[in-house]
Design a protein around this ligand. Structure first.
Ligand SMILES: Nc1ncnc2c1ncn2[C@@H]1O[C@H](COP(=O)(O)OP(=O)(O)OP(=O)(O)O)[C@@H](O)[C@H]1O
Ligand SMILES: [Mg+2]
Length: 277
């Protein structure tokens, strides 16, 4: 499952229901149609990349799936069953974990505390925190993901941005998430740190999760994605599997290639010389 699909093989079995299906989903805020007619499948063991420019509706899409906002049109199904979440807790209970760019972790708390935040292990009738167990499990789980954090008592705020994202990913995998949503996890990171996060996106995929990777960056998307969806003004303008698109095409779609060409023709016609390429 870690390989890009061979052309012609049934790499995307359509017989089993997708983990998450959106059908004609729309979301309006009063008169603003942030999402319209969005149809999208997220499958286990695949990375679904959602790309789009500012204001395209990416965050709105996540908010609907993560239970922060209710959709106003269409149908959302989780493992084949229609769902409508009225709180983030409900979405989490349905196996949908969301890692937000900044809100993922509490910076002043230790790594192990963050790992178990909201899911603490307690023991005895007084329900005292089982710190030993939590440290051991957090250490084991991070090691399984291949992450070296020697001192789990360190505050999360002292980790690099990439490490913080990775701790949040490891936590989602451990607590049994089926769908993992990452909202622009590489946006604030340099090349090396982005590489670290991309690697753990693949680990989550290999653990069988359906990953939704939101990004502005077609290069990052193409490194890990099985499936690419581009949103523009709240609508899906492109939906392709990896074997149906090239990086150049994806980049062009993201850069608004046609709009740039039209603009360049208009500038030429109006006598503004285009600079030599
Ligand atoms: N709570 C809200 N009330 C009214 N309009 C909203 C609300 N949230 C988003 N919108 C509008 O919906 C549209 C889509 O916004 P959204 O935040 O989903 O875009 P985005 O793709 O995440 O953009 P960015 O890349 O800038 O994060 C925008 O026009 C935005 O102004
Ligand atoms: Mg956004």
């Amino acid at each position: 499952m870690s390989e890009a699909p061979e052309p012609g093989t049934a790499a995307y079995p359509s017989s089993e229901p997708a983990l998450l299906e959106l059908e004609d989903v729309g979301k309006s805020y009063g008169n603003v149609h942030a999402l319209r007619g969005v149809t999208l499948d997220v499958r286990a063991g695949e990375v679904t990349c959602v790309l789009g420019d500012n204001g395209a509706g990416k965050s709105t899409l996540i908010k609907v799936v993560a239970g922060l906002h209710d959709h106003t049109d269409g149908v959302m199904r989780v493992e084949g069953t229609e769902r409508r979440f009225s709180s983030p807790r409900q979405a989490q209970e349905a196996g949908i974990a969301t890692v937000y760019q900044d809100l993922a972790l509490a910076p002043l708390m230790s790594v192990w505390r963050n790992f178990f935040l909201g899911n603490e292990i307690t023991r005895g009738p007084l329900r005292t925190l089982d710190i030993g167990a939590m440290k051991r499990i957090a250490g084991d789980e991070l090691a399984k993901m291949g992450i070296e954090i020697p001192d789990l008592d360190r505050p999360v705020g002292s980790l690099s941005g990439g490490q913080r994202q990775v701790v949040a990913i490891a936590r989602a995998v451990y607590f049994g998430a089926k769908v993992l949503i990452l909202d622009e996890p590489t946006a604030a990171l340099g090349v090396k740190q982005s590489g670290v996060v991309l690697k753990y996106i693949l680990k989550a995929r290999d653990a069988g999760l359906g990953v939704i990777f939101i990004t502005h960056n077609p290069h990052h998307a193409f490194l890990v994605g099985n499936h690419f969806v581009v949103l523009k003004l709240g609508r899906v303008v492109l939906d392709r599997h990896r074997d149906e698109i090239t990086l150049a095409e994806l980049t062009r779609e993201m850069a608004g290639g046609e709009e740039l060409e039209t603009l360049s023709h208009e500038l030429e016609r109006s006598g503004v010389a285009a600079p030599e390429a």
